[in-house]
Design a protein around this ligand. Structure first.
Ligand code: TXA
Ligand code: MG
Length: 308
């Protein structure tokens, strides 16, 4: 296996592997994904096996354009087209009624399917070239940190895929916002960089609160997730200004200052945690960032990283 620069040729090879039921790591604007043909049961099962992911946790299906929605969704409500128009391509996933052609293992037996059009030229080229909807969970082992750079993809995963397409560092750095549109009212199942306010502006009404804790609605909402090996302890910020990450070194406590801008913080968070993990720290203290809507996704991931 190898980390490859994305070229016309390497994307062609990756697309061929996907058509033949193989698995590749692809870059997206959020995090790297473990990509396979979403319509192939055996390919999807091998993605679950590589990640060590429980079969009850469904995958997101990636499309190259809104026009492909009807291939995987049974009936698309108008509001889904309006949201797609506003947020696609981008870090935004919608849960909609599944088309019969999508294998049950892709959606973990649910009658719904999660779909998004990623905003990354390599991902879009790969989906187009392979000619199939691509199922891609984040390219990390189950419960661990999602990779935001090709070199952060776990060696064990690298060893089991056809190739890792290196699209450079991810622009967003946190997984997409997941919005459930299959129930009576739209609900956010996972916060992301498309915020509650962004979605409410399209819906023209407030979103209901509370769905975030609903494990039943989104099987992927495990308590501990997005976690480094080190124990993560969340602490109040000591001073106004950049939130810090503290860790113990042989020479004493050290601190990394994180950006005070939520977007820049998100871009850096997973790669910083990954570095600290590689250096073998047992415990990482993370100062809680400001509380406001643009920090909601970061608070969510920090809380899950610190859960025991
Ligand atoms: O940014 C992202 O979304 C990345 C990149 C690679 O696209 N992918 C990603 O996939 O984060 P994954 O598998 O790590 O997370 C998918 C989330 C899980 O929380 C899962 O439970 C939820 O989406 N999900 C998928 N299908 C669902 C469905 N039918 N109903 C409810 N939740 C669903
Ligand atoms: Mg994940």
């Amino acid at each position: 296996m190898s980390i490859c620069k994305p070229t016309v040729e390497s994307i062609r090879v990756a697309a061929k592997a996907i058509r033949e039921g193989g698995v590749v790591v692809m870059p997206t604007e959020t995090v790297y994904g473990l990509a396979c043909d979403a319509m192939s049961e055996s390919a999807v099962l091998s993605v679950f096996a590589i990640k060590g992911r429980p079969a009850e946790n469904p995958l997101i299906v990636h499309l190259s354009s809104t026009e492909e929605l009807e291939r995987v969704v049974h009936s698309v409500p108008d509001i889904a087209f309006q949201l797609a128009e506003r947020f696609w391509p981008g870090p935004f996933t919608m849960v909609l009624p599944k088309a019969a052609e999508v294998p049950d293992c892709t959606t973990a037996g649910l009658v719904t399917v999660a779909v998004r059009v990623p905003n990354h030229p390599v991902a879009l080229a790969l989906i187009r070239e392979s000619g199939c909807p691509i199922a891609a969970p984040s390219a990390n082992m189950f419960t661990r940190i999602s990779p935001t750079r090709a070199e952060d993809v776990d060696g064990e995963i690298q060893g089991r895929v056809t190739m890792v397409l290196d699209g450079g560092p991810c622009d967003v750095g946190l997984e997409s916002t997941v919005l459930d549109l299959s129930g009576a009212e739209p609900q956010i199942l996972r916060p992301g960089s498309v915020t509650r306010a962004d979605i409410e502006a399209v819906l023209g009404k407030p979103l209901g609160a509370g769905a975030l804790s609903s494990v039943r609605k989104s099987p992927g909402l495990y308590r501990r997730h997005y976690a480094p090996r080190a124990k993560v302890v969340l602490v109040e910020r000591l001073e106004v200004g950049q939130p810090g990450l503290t860790f113990l070194e042989p020479t004493g406590r050290s601190q990394i200052r994180m950006p005070l801008d939520s977007k820049a913080y998100a871009v850096n968070l997973y790669s910083v945690l990954k570095r600290l993990d590689e250096l073998g720290f047992d415990e990482i203290g993370i100062e809680l960032p400001p509380v406001s809507s643009e920090w909601e996704a970061i608070h969510d991931r920090l809380k899950k990283a610190s859960a025991s």
